[in-house]
Every structure is written in C-alpha cells, then in structure tokens.
Design a protein around this ligand. Sequence first.
Ligand SMILES: [Zn+2]
Ligand SMILES: [Zn+2]
Length: 147
Amino acid sequence: MNCKNHPNRETNVSCSNCGEGLCPECMVYTPVGIKCRECAAPNRGMLRQGKPSQYIGAALAGLAASVIGGFVLSMGFRGSLFVSLIFGLLVGEAVRRGARGNRGPAFMAIAAVTTLIGLLAAGYGFNPMGFVFALIIAGIAAYRLSE
Ligand SMILES: [Zn+2]
Ligand SMILES: [Zn+2]
C-alpha cells in the first residue's frame, strides 16, 4: 500500500475512515484512530445540523408551551409587555430543552413559527395589539435559540 498523497511512499497504515494509505507525514492522530487530513478535518456543517428528534422535540415543546401560555395570557395578561417578555423567554427555554440544547437558525425558525401557531391556537393574538405581543413573544423565543 502507498500513501494517498505521496504515491512513491510505502506504508502499512491506513486512514480509519476512508481506508487510504498514509505515510507518517500524512497521519493525523484523532481520538478515534489515525486518519488522513481530509477525514480528520472537523465537519462544521454537520455539527450545526440537528437530528430529526431534536427538530421534533423543539417543535413539540414550542407548541405545548405556547398553547398553554396562550391560554393563560388570554385570561387576563393580554396587554402586558412585561408578561410577554417573560413568556417569550419561557417558550424559548422550552424549545431549547426540546432541542436537547441544540441551537441555530433552523431552531430559531421552529421557535418563532411554533410560538405563533400555539398562541393563535390558544386564541391569543387575534386582535391587533394581541398580535403585536404574539410577534414579540415569538421573537424573544427565537432569540433564545440563537447561537
Ligand atoms: Zn481518510
Ligand atoms: Zn503522505
């Protein structure tokens, strides 16, 4: 076997990921074995990508929190900006837990959309003022999921 980058060098070592030969100069030591440079490079795109269970968990948590909260808000706190701020933080926290701590643009979108849907489903936000508060709550919830 020869090194994949240096075809004139003989080697017995191969990348634990792609299986190509590696000379000492091309070996990268990682916690999961020796790899070539390409395979050892951290894949940043993958790290940010959530698992399906995280997306589903985030969406369910956002819906549940905003529906329950929407009912509570409809019972008397309809016009309170302060309560809206607190509520937005709580919904954001719920979505964050549902997402198992994952964050990022996709989870921000989930937080905002599920919060709006949940609030409207609970009957909150059907008047102009209530809708403004619903948007504020959704925005704060989404902000909690930012990186
Ligand atoms: Zn490799
Ligand atoms: Zn090499």
